[in-house]
Write a protein that binds this ligand. Structure first.
Ligand SMILES: Cc1ncc(COP(=O)(O)O)c(C=O)c1O
Length: 454
């Protein structure tokens, strides 16, 4: 299991014992069909570059960057070494009223990647925590400037903003909301932008639907702008099936927010760090939000970390009152954790050295052509793409929503390709290092699975 240097040898994982019945019984798995999984567990025990390895020695091509996060591919030396060095040097530093140099170094490096104006960063440990932090910053910001009546938060149908109470309240996935009671009060939702009747098989941004941003005017008319603190949207909705914003939609949302003094929050947990061929979706779309969340790709998925970027003016609004007092009563024991900061710095180096944050824009035509080649297969009803994200929507089986796509997922796994499905949409979001032949293998495997599963 351990090599000469005392490190875990990933190759020794092949043939390693699988899980025990007691382990299977004990582990309550997140967002998993536990009983189905435990009947025939799908395990990975090692990874390198574009591939996972299973305990029985199979290589599985990763077409979803783990879970939209391993943007530079697996087991990258700079990141691994940075984490190992950091663990031996400083394991933990209290983040409240104390600091450690790497958190400041990382903040400086990160704000060089954000659109001009988003120059402050607040650290959390996941996308969900970044979202909660952003919502709280928005509420406290208005109060700090004497507009404490702005307490309403606006999300969007089919939005996903993590699993904490603020996130599911502004989120728009019924399955994640319906079993958790009343949630956060004073939340409303914009209509979603998915319009297959007009936009099916759009390559890149769909042509129709910019006017759906005007839904915010409807909510302003209903609630009055003086009660609304912020609007939060994913620039491209990932978890509800790769919903690409119509041309002009985000620009229009920005204009309406400006008109009414409402903060615009982009949740870039998926779209950040090169996924759309630019450092952030905000860069790609030329729309700068007031607050922007990220996670996942910030550390290449290696150590949990999330962050919120804020405009200078938002930060400055808090910097009043007695100087010895805490300006924003919020933060986590592990905010800016040394291991996460080291991993993030190693990640940013890797992205820079290999030009990964813009590789998706150069390869987007190839990626688009590949995913759209699945058009015409049985039960395929729409295909969507932007940057290195593709969605292939299947017609649901009558009375069994999600099952057709899940069967495709299982088939692909058997054939050595990891895909992700959400509802009946197959989502592809490979590491940004993917080569054309590997992408073709993903497409061929998905095509064969769709035909077999039909
Ligand atoms: C847009 C968005 N926001 C928030 C989250 C939650 O992130 P985490 O699972 O790290 O809490 C996700 C996760 O997929 C996401 O896609």
């Amino acid at each position: 299991m351990y090599n000469d240097l005392g490190h875990i040898d990933p190759h020794a994982a092949a043939g390693a014992p699988a899980i025990t019945p007691a382990g299977k019984a004990a582990y309550w798995m997140p967002f998993t069909a536990n009983r189905q999984f435990k009947e025939a567990p799908r395990l990975v025990s090692g990874a390198d570059g574009m591939f996972f390895r299973t305990p029985d020695g199979r290589e599985v091509l990763d077409s979803i960057a783990g879970l939209w996060c391993v943007n530079a591919g697996h087991n990258r030396p700079r990141i691994v070494e940075a984490i190992q060095r950091q663990a031996a040097e400083l394991d933990f530093a209290p983040p409240f009223n104390m600091g450690h140099p790497k958190a400041f170094e990382l903040a400086e490096r990160l704000v060089q990647l954000t659109p001009p104006g988003l120059d402050k960063v607040f650290f959390a440990n996941s996308g969900s925590e970044a979202v909660e932090s952003a919502l709280k910053i928005a509420l406290a910001y208005h109060r700090a400037r004497g507009e404490g009546t702005r307490t309403r938060l606006i999300g969007r149908e089919r939005g996903y903003h993590g699993v904490n109470f603020g996130g599911i309240s502004v989120g728009g996935m019924v399955g994640n909301r319906k079993v958790f009671g009343a949630m956060v009060a004073g939340v409303d939702h914009l209509r979603h932008t998915h319009d297959p009747a007009r936009n099916a098989y759009s390559v890149g941004q769909p042509a129709h639907g910019a006017e759906l941003a005007d839904d915010l005017e409807r909510l302003v008319a209903l609630h009055d702008a003086s009660t609304i603190a912020a609007v939060i949207v994913e620039p491209v909705a990932g978890s509800t099936g790769v919903l690409v914003p119509p041309q002009g939609y985000l620009q229009r949302l920005r204009e309406i927010c400006d008109r009414h003094g409402i903060l615009l929050i982009f949740d870039e947990v998926i779209t950040g760090f090169g996924r759309l061929g630019a450092p952030f979706a905000a860069t790609r779309f030329g729309v700068t939000p007031d607050l922007m969340t990220c996670a996942k790709g910030i550390t290449n998925g290696c150590v949990p970390m999330g962050a919120v970027f804020a405009r200078d003016a938002i930060y400055e609004a808090f910097m009043t009152g007695p100087e010895h007092l805490i300006e924003f009563p919020h933060g986590y024991t592990y905010s800016g954790h040394p291991l996460a900061c080291a991993a993030a710095l190693g990640t940013l180096d890797t992205y820079a050295e290999e030009d990964l944050l813009t590789r998706g824009s150069r390869l987007e035509p190839m990626f688009a052509q590949a995913v759209h080649s699945l058009r015409g297969l049985p039960h395929v009803i729409d295909i969507r793409n932007l940057g290195f994200v593709g969605g292939i929507e299947l017609e649901p089986r009558p009375g069994e929503p999600g099952k057709r796509a899940f069967s495709v997922f299982l088939d692909c796994w058997e054939q050595g390709v990891l895909i992700r499905t959400t509802g009946d949409t197959i989502a592809l979001s490979p590491p940004l290092i993917i080569e054309e032949a590997q992408l073709q293998r993903v497409i061929d495997t998905v095509a064969a699975a769709i035909r077999r599963v039909a």
